[in-house]
Design a protein around this ligand. Structure first.
Ligand code: TRP
Length: 336
């Protein structure tokens, strides 16, 4: 008796379902199909701390590579790109939204974005892009075996290498002004390396820290009056105000050594930096592995090994510095 009642209920349900399906096909086939494919798409959320050329390069190259690997935006995946405009509170809101909408993966461009994402979820996979010091910034506890839901790419650079280059170009420098954002852990670790290098090589470091981009020009200007050269690590806040830093430094005829190619393009004198197009591509390849089912924590963090010299000849001319021929021969040159 019980069993037959059950089958009756199932039968009624089935027939109701059939009617509704048939109803749908005959009246509104198009929207239903669209809806179905929409929900089948994987959702990729990209969070970026601020607009500056380097982060934009990473994002564009990431999206292009994802497409190349068969995950085209609007086709197999839906990409939701959000920019926090340099604001920590926005970062949190963006990441919370990605989590509550159950995105399949979060791509966090730069350290502040990655820290915000890691603070919001232990489940949704996070792939960070271009984080200078992932362990020191608390993103992962190990580069080789991240564990958990986090992995990504690092743009770790060597402050000693940049300083060796600086001393080839301007051998007489004795004091270096470190211009950076105190809250950017990606910068703090590079400045610590700079200080260690300086202590071993008879250089003095003067620090000029900022808390947001509106302070950059003033702090750069005061540092330029005190030191022989400026040094800015891979700092997002400084990078977003780099043309202003260059203006100030050129006026004071002081070289600015930096951590990234885009900061040289924007008027810094030179760097030993990594290729951010390659970094964006590698970040996309990791993301594809995750979308195909691999666990983020099982993928080692990847650091970039292709380091190159970048110089800006316009800046050199503006401050009256001649870049040695053997440096120029190996360098990617911006300006004339
Ligand atoms: N490395 C930076 C971070 O960890 C992000 C970054 C990538 C960056 N490219 C840059 C910062 C160029 C300044 C300039 O947050």
């Amino acid at each position: 008796m019980k069993r037959s009642l059950k089958s009756l209920v199932i039968l009624v349900c089935l027939s109701l379902l059939m009617t509704s399906l048939v109803g749908c096909t005959s009246t509104s086939k198009q929207p239903e199909t669209q809806k179905a494919s929409e929900s089948a798409k994987l959702k990729v959320g990209i969070v970026q701390i601020v607009e500056h050329p380097s982060l934009n390069t990473i994002r564009e190259s990431f999206i292009q590579e994802l497409d190349k690997q068969g995950f085209k935006d609007g086709d197999k995946v839906t990409i939701d790109y959000q920019n926090a405009q340099g604001d920590q509170t926005n970062l949190k809101t963006i990441c919370q939204k990605f989590v509550s909408n159950k995105y399949d993966v979060i791509i966090a461009i730069a350290t502040p974005s990655a820290q915000a994402a890691v603070g919001e979820t232990k489940e949704i996979p996070i792939v960070f892009a271009a984080c200078t010091d992932p362990v020191g910034s608390g993103l992962v506890s190990s580069l080789e075996k991240p564990g958990g839901n986090v992995t990504g790419t690092s743009d770790a650079v060597s402050a000693p290498k940049i300083m060796e280059l600086a001393r080839l170009i301007t051998p007489d420098i004795k004091t270096v002004g470190a211009l950076y954002t105190s809250s950017e852990t990606n910068s703090v670790s590079v400045v610590n390396d700079l200080k260690a290098y300086a202590a071993q090589n008879g250089l003095t470091v003067v620090e000029g820290t900022v808390t947001n981009s509106s302070e950059v020009q003033q702090v750069a200007s005061s540092l330029a009056g005190k030191v022989d050269a400026l040094f800015s690590p891979i700092d997002n806040t400084v990078a977003s105000a780099m043309p202003l830093v260059a203006q100030v430094a050129n006026k004071a005829k002081k070289p600015v050594y930096v951590g990234a190619d885009s900061m040289v393009k924007d008027g810094g004198l030179a760097t030993y930096g990594i290729n951010y197009t390659t970094l964006g591509q590698e970040t996309a390849k990791m993301t594809v592995e995750i979308l195909n089912g691999k666990k983020a924590g099982d993928i080692p963090v990847m650091s970039m090994s292709d380091v190159e010299i970048y110089v800006n000849k316009d800046t050199a001319a503006a401050i009256g510095v001649t870049i040695p021929e053997d440096v120029l021969k190996k360098a990617t040159v911006f300006g004339n």
